[in-house]
Design a binder for this molecule. Structure first.
Ligand SMILES: *[C@@H]1O[C@H](CO)[C@@H](O)[C@H](O)[C@H]1NC(C)=O
Length: 303
């Protein structure tokens, strides 16, 4: 039996990621990205897109909205048609450029919610590119995701981690729960969740095939503070960091390599453009995953 996609129904992989994924960002007064690392309240922001937004070839009309909800806040509706204004000086990590500004209503909403001057911006794919670190993958780019367009983790890995934890954590700590994740700030990275494989076998995968797409594993995913934030309460705790430090650190997995105190969960991926013409550009729940190439230990994987 092949491992298969478990939870996420994902659409239109392209070189930059799934459609609607990590296109938006909430930024501060100076245009700098907010993330859950410093604004854990972003964990409680919920988003909704019209169901049609996930059909192939769909384009937004004047009455298509991204709906945004958070505790204590009125519903915020953002038109999916492109906002007209360009905002310069937006930055996230090492990248800076211009983005499309979602306007004053969105700005007021996030300013009220976070209690700090904020704006909401959309990636301007027409004028901007944000390349992936070429040390790991050359010729790929992303919108507002953290570092890579895709990440993959297995249910087996989570189950194994939960055996070691006093209180199990749900997979949403690692961010794959949602069909799409428009905000870079509120969702970590685009995660493909798979089932039917041994725990942590995804560490070893360097090339897999899902539907007609080939994905390459480019770097083990080292984890920041976000998995320690309870996504239902926005409160951070010591776990699963402490347990991951014991079982999933570079010290444990890669004892011969230079130590940086990192912990790993999941594999970062890029997607090669599909070579098959005429097929729907979809990957969906239940699609089998074919492992085409792998290394034999996590120490051999790029990290
Ligand atoms: C994880 O815990 C270690 C100490 O055990 C600490 O040094 C590190 O900063 C923590 N990492 C995160 C992301 O919280």
């Amino acid at each position: 039996m092949h491992p298969s996609l478990l939870l996420v129904l994902l659409f239109f992989p392209s070189l930059q990621g799934f459609r609607w994924d990590r296109q938006w960002l909430v930024v501060n007064q100076r245009g700098r990205a907010y993330t859950q690392r410093v604004e854990p309240k972003l964990a409680l922001v919920e988003v909704n897109l019209p169901a049609e937004a996930f059909s192939e070839g769909w384009q937004p009309t004047k009455t298509s909205y991204l709906e945004i909800k958070a505790p204590g806040m009125d519903l915020l509706k953002i038109s999916l048609c492109k906002p007209p204004k360009v905002s310069d000086g937006v930055s996230v990590w090492e990248w800076s450029g211009s983005a499309l500004d979602e306007g004053d209503e969105a700005s007021k909403w996030f300013t009220n919610y976070l209690g700090k001057p904020s704006r909401m911006v959309r990636f301007n794919a027409a004028s901007e590119t944000r390349p992936v670190d070429p040390v790991y993958a050359q010729g790929y780019s992303i919108m507002f995701s953290d570092m890579f367009p895709f990440m993959l983790a297995s249910q087996g890995s989570l189950d194994e981690l939960n055996k070691l934890l006093k209180e199990p954590v749900p997979m949403n700590r690692f961010r794959p729960k949602y069909f799409f994740a428009p905000f870079s700030g509120s969702y970590h990275i685009s995660c493909i969740l798979v089932d039917g494989c041994e725990p942590f076998s995804e560490d070893l995968w360097t090339e897999i095939k899902i539907s007609q797409f080939s994905f390459q594993g480019v770097r083990l995913c080292s984890r920041c503070k976000v998995p320690t934030i309870n996504q239902d309460t926005a409160i951070a705790g010591p776990e699963p960091n402490e347990t991951l430090m014991k079982y999933r650190s570079d010290k444990v997995l890669r004892p011969d390599k230079k130590q940086q105190g990192k912990i790993y969960f999941g594999q970062n991926m890029v997607c090669k453009e599909s070579l098959t013409e005429g097929k729907a550009k979809l990957v969906k729940v239940g699609d089998p995953i074919f492992v085409l190439q792998k290394v034999s230990t996590a120490a051999e994987a790029v990290a």
